[in-house]
Design a protein around this ligand. Structure first.
Ligand code: GLN
Length: 289
């Protein structure tokens, strides 16, 4: 059977459309680029170029996985974040554009204040820790924690490939449980995009997220606030005499998070919205008595 690039693209698009994948044509093209190692321009200009049956088979195999709602990023194994290319697999949450708001706020804080030591709780792919090192030369050290050693493997790989591995210390720990006491009073900024979906809501998420992304990276407990409570309460001894706590939040969690930060003694609570006007980030300032 003779198959051209154009025919493969048509077949891929059609199958995805039949399965109601929203951006069927875009996903079919991206998978073609990834599997055939061609560029979009080559596909468009040299659509008549024949491809071997093995490549076609592999392409349609991946199309089929996408049709079953496997996220495209778990097939291509990459996601762009803050203009950098991160490698991902199904052991880590796919970095979201929303999280760029969190990182941008952290960069702003680092530019305005003497912040040289950062801790990233639940680093996942490492997108936050790596971006901060990439964009902020002033940051001497980021301690990146995750409970999953498989996630840490991905984060380490990203740090190495983006040339910041000498400034990040990766530690497997359930929040601060396995953290050495030498990290007490050592941090200026604690940042986290913790799991924040209420458990009962997970079943309503898109199949791509619900079935394929790590449950552990999504599940925020009964009210979605488990990690905000645990982190805000237990991270205080890690700050030097003062420090900042910066969280990504769900669009309807600002009030609750603000209240619990105040209850834990944080001050100057600030909320930051995303481009759609939704609350996305909360910042608190901590000063030891
Ligand atoms: N820090 C990672 C990210 O923002 C992982 C977050 C998570 O797993 N909840 O993508």
């Amino acid at each position: 059977m003779k198959v051209t690039l154009r025919k493969a693209l048509q077949d891929g698009t059609k199958l995805l459309e039949n399965h109601h994948i929203r951006d069927a044509k875009i996903d079919a093209m991206l998978l073609l680029e990834f599997i055939l190692k061609v560029t979009k321009v080559e596909v468009l200009v040299h659509g008549n170029k024949e491809i071997c049956s093995q490549a076609y088979k592999e392409y349609m195999y991946n199309i089929d996985l996408r049709a079953q709602r496997k996220p495209l990023q778990y097939l291509t194994r990459e996601q762009e974040f803050m203009g950098l290319t991160f490698t991902v697999n199904n052991k880590v949450l796919i970095p979201r554009q929303d999280t760029e708001i969190l990182v941008e706020k952290a960069i702003e804080l680092i530019q305005l204040h003497p912040i040289d030591s950062v801790m990233d709780i639940g680093t996942g792919s490492g997108c936050i820790a790596v971006s901060l090192c990439h964009f902020c030369d002033d940051v001497e050290q980021v301690v990146a924690l995750d409970v999953s050693h498989e996630a840490l493997d991905v984060a380490r790989y990203n740090a190495k490939h983006l040339h910041v591995e000498d400034r990040i210390i990766f530690i497997q720990s359930d929040l601060f449980e396995s953290l050495d006491s030498k990290y007490s009073s050592s941090v200026d900024l604690i940042i986290s995009n913790p799991p924040y979906i209420p458990t009962a809501h997970i079943k309503n998420l898109m199949t791509e997220v619900r079935e394929y992304e790590p449950f552990q990276a999504l599940n925020g407990g009964e009210d979605g606030l488990d990690y905000y409570k645990r982190i805000a309460k237990t991270c205080k001894p890690l700050f030097k005499t003062k420090g900042y706590l910066l969280f990504e939040i769900g669009y309807n969690q600002k009030e609750e998070v603000r209240k619990l930060l105040i209850a834990e003694g944080y001050q100057n609570i600030e909320g930051i919205k995303d481009c759609s006007g939704l609350d996305r980030v909360v910042l608190g300032y901590y000063q030891a008595e």
